[in-house]
Design a protein around this ligand. Structure first.
Ligand code: F6R
Length: 360
């Protein structure tokens, strides 16, 4: 069942190239370089999109906001379902709520969907489980086609949600006329080669993760830093580390460090920085230097040719714009996986956690 892998989590991380291929199948016409999402055809482009989800699915939503706002110019509000449901929320009939849920059964997310429908707002669901409650109750459902996810820690499901959010941004960007031809071509060309690229790099990524995991497994706490679309990935990296290795980890927007958390930095409190070769790199670099000035150790996920002096630079291949996230995500997942496995934790069944949270 585990296909020769030690744990389901590892198998599911390595399934991501196939997940990307499956999510794109039938949705991208590669000859005409066009995206078709028939699931959304009956719904107009929303005036404002409210993305509501929990945990890892919430992080996918936060990441998707960057693309949807930039490429489709649709304003996006991303909210944790357990907050959304108890807030005096302002919804306009021209808005749309997008609930993201791998299981389609998360109690808070389902409650948010019902609230939105009571307000007369259209609800689209991004779900992995066919026929789940959220899939049944949403006005439109887009299946993420990641296949069953057995490990409690969500990995490939997030990857699939990110592919679909990318396609939604392209689809709406076309409809609103906001999307430039260049961006569309860059995104689609990147997506096309991504499965092959990922397939090639995953084994080496795992080796690197293993070495780093051994070096850092004694840490009691970790910071994860990122900016822009890498901020939600930093949150996700921290969530993965704490849930399976039980090492305390906090994800932070790099620029927020100096507003308090940097006080915690000392030689025993390492930082995992997302320092890709993009337009925010100079800013991230200066945040890293602030941490180093407090003698904090740094692992930096970065790209070839980047000038950065840190304890452990971890170079991953380049990918265009926010599509780089598809290479960052498995690196974060593998680092957590290897740390938890090295520490002898029950990777697939972490303590106190359930795969689907059907209670509030
Ligand atoms: C973390 C994890 C959880 C889920 C969350 C939402 O690895 O798996 O944070 O992402 O419970 O679950 P779904 O997506 O099923 O609504």
């Amino acid at each position: 069942q585990k296909g020769g892998y030690k744990h389901f989590m590892l198998k599911e991380i390595f399934e991501q190239p196939k997940v990307i291929t499956d999510c794109l199948a039938g949705r991208v016409d590669w000859n005409r370089m066009e995206v078709t999402l028939p699931e959304l055809a009956a719904l107009p482009v929303p005036k404002r999109l409210h993305i509501v989800a929990c945990g890892t699915s919430y992080h996918a939503g936060m990441w998707g906001k960057h693309l949807l706002e930039s490429w489709a110019r649709v304003p996006v509000n991303v909210e944790i379902a357990s907050e959304f449901r108890y807030r005096d929320i302002i919804l306009d009939p021209a808005d749309m709520v997008l609930v993201i849920s791998q299981s389609g059964e998360t109690a808070d997310t389902l409650a948010a969907l019902r609230i939105a429908r009571e307000h007369g707002v259209k609800v689209a669901g991004l779900c992995n489980v066919v026929g789940s409650s959220i899939a049944r109750e949403a006005d439109a459902v887009i299946y993420t086609q990641a296949g069953p996810e057995i490990s409690v820690a969500s990995t490939k499901a997030m990857c699939s949600q990110m592919v679909l959010l990318t396609l939604m941004a392209l689809h709406w960007g076309r409809n609103t006329g906001a999307l430039s031809e260049t961006v569309r071509a860059n995104v689609l060309q990147t997506l096309k080669k991504l499965p092959g690229q990922l397939e090639t790099v995953l084994p080496a990524m795992r080796d690197e993760a293993q070495v780093l995991a051994r070096t850092y497994s004694k840490a009691k706490s970790f910071f994860y830093l990122g900016r822009g679309h890498c901020f939600p990935l930093a949150l996700e990296g921290a969530l993965k580390l704490k849930e399976i290795s039980y090492i305390h980890a906090e994800g932070y927007a790099s620029g927020e460090m100096k507003h308090g958390p940097i006080a915690l930095i000392d030689p025993d409190f390492p930082t995992f920085a997302l320092a890709l070769n993009d337009e925010l790199f100079p800013k991230v670099k200066s945040n890293i230097e602030e941490v180093q000035a407090r003698r904090g150790k740094i692992i930096a996920l970065t790209n070839p040719g980047v000038e950065l002096k840190v304890d452990h630079p971890w170079s991953i291949p380049d990918a265009w714009g926010p599509m780089a996230a598809f290479l960052v995500l498995p690196a974060l997942q593998l680092f957590s996986y290897e740390t938890a496995d090295y520490l002898g934790k029950d990777v697939d069944q972490p303590r106190n956690l359930a795969k689907s949270v059907t209670v509030e």
